[in-house]
Write a protein that binds this ligand. Structure first.
Ligand SMILES: *Cc1c(COP(=O)(O)O)cnc(C)c1O
Length: 290
C-alpha cells in the first residue's frame, strides 16, 4: 500500500510503500469509503460520593443497535455486509461538575441553504456521515460570528435541531398556552436521551403543556414580536442544556430573551438532571457502576 502522511507542521511527507499487517483498520474498510460508521455519546459521572454512575445507558445502547441496523448496506450496492467490526471507546476525562448557574448562552445561524437531515435519510441515527457533512455549515456559521447552526427544514423553515443538540422552545403558544415544545421524532430528528429525559420530567411535573410539534421560523418571529418567547435552549449529553440568546436569520439578528428570563426552566432541568448524574438525588435513571 502506498501511504503519504500529512501533518500541520510539516505538510505532506515522502510517499512510502509498506505492508498493511500493522494497521488495525484495514484501508479497504467500508467505514472509510462509504461512511458505514456509527458512534454514541455517553458519559460516566463521578458523583459527590466518589462513586461512578452512567445516565440511562440502555437508551444509548438501544440507539446504537438502531444505528447499526441502518448502517448495514445491502450486498446489491457492491458493499458486502460487514464480517468484522471495530469498537473504539474514547476515554476522555472531564472535570467534576460544580453547579454554578453560570450559563453561557450561544448564538445561532439559521439559513435553509444547508440541511442536516431529510425524510427517509439517516438523521435519526448517529451515523458518521451525518456529521462529516455538517462541518462545512458549522464553519460558515463561525465566519458569520455565530457559534452554531440552527438547522432548518422544508419550505416553511421548520426549526429542527441546533448543532448536535435537540431544541426546546418554552413560550406562550399561538393559543395563549404556556408550552414547552420540541420537534417530533419524524425521521429528521436525532432521538436524544436528554430530549427524552426533559420531556419525561416536564410531563411528570405537569405544570405546563408539553408538546412534540412543528415550530417554524415564522412561528418564532411572530412570538418574538409579541413577547411570547420565554426560553430557547439546546439539549444533549455534552452540556445537558445550553441557552440560546441570538439567531441570525435572513441577515437580521433575532434576540432570544432566554437569559433575561433566568433562564428559569433551563436551570431547573440542568439542576434536576445533574443531581441525578452526580448522585445528589437517587433515581432509577442512574446506573451505579462502581
Ligand atoms: C447526540 C445528538 C443529540 C443529543 O443526544 P443525547 O443522547 O441527548 O446526547 C442531538 N442531536 C444530534 C444531531 C445528536 O447527534
Amino acid at each position: 500500500m502506498l501511504t503519504v502522511e500529512w501533518s500541520l507542521t510539516s505538510g505532506w511527507e515522502k510517499p512510502y510503500i509498506r505492508p498493511l499487517e500493522n494497521l488495525s483498520l484495514h484501508p479497504a474498510s467500508s467505514s472509510l469509503h462509504y461512511a458505514v460508521e456509527l458512534f454514541e455519546g455517553m458519559k460516566a459521572y463521578r458523583g459527590v460520593d466518589g462513586k461512578i454512575r452512567l445516565f440511562r445507558p440502555t437508551l444509548n445502547m438501544d440507539r446504537m443497535v438502531r444505528s447499526a441496523a441502518r448502517a448495514t448496506l445491502p450486498p446489491s450496492l457492491g458493499v458486502k455486509k460487514p464480517t468484522k467490526a471495530l469498537l473504539y471507546v474514547i476515554l476522555s476525562p472531564v472535570g467534576p461538575y460544580f453547579a454554578s448557574g453560570s450559563f453561557n448562552p450561544i448564538s445561532l445561524w439559521a439559513d435553509p441553504k444547508y440541511v442536516r437531515a431529510w425524510k427517509g435519510g439517516t438523521g435519526d441515527c448517529k451515523l458518521g456521515g451525518n456529521y462529516g457533512s455538517s462541518i462545512y455549515a458549522q464553519r460558515e456559521a463561525m465566519e458569520l460570528g455565530c457559534q452554531q447552526v440552527l438547522w432548518l427544514y422544508g419550505e416553511d423553515h421548520q426549526i429542527t435541531e441546533v448543532g448536535t443538540m435537540n431544541l426546546f422552545l418554552y413560550w406562550e403558544n399561538e393559543d395563549g398556552e404556556e408550552e414547552l415544545a420540541t420537534p417530533p421524532l419524524d425521521g429528521i430528528i436525532l432521538p436524544g436521551v436528554t430530549r427524552q429525559s426533559i420531556l419525561e420530567l416536564a410531563r411528570k411535573w405537569g405544570e405546563f403543556k408539553v408538546s412534540e410539534r412543528y415550530i417554524t421560523m415564522s412561528d418564532l418571529t411572530a412570538a418574538l414580536e409579541e413577547n411570547r418567547v420565554k426560553e430557547m435552549f439546546g439539549a444533549g449529553t455534552a452540556c445537558v442544556v445550553c441557552p440560546i440568546s441570538k439567531i441570525l436569520y435572513k441577515g437580521k439578528n433575532l434576540h432570544i430573551p432566554t437569559m433575561e428570563n433566568g433562564p428559569q426552566l433551563a436551570t431547573r432541568f440542568l439542576n434536576q438532571l445533574t443531581d441525578i448524574q452526580y448522585g445528589r438525588e437517587d433515581s432509577e435513571w442512574a446506573l451505579l457502576v462502581s
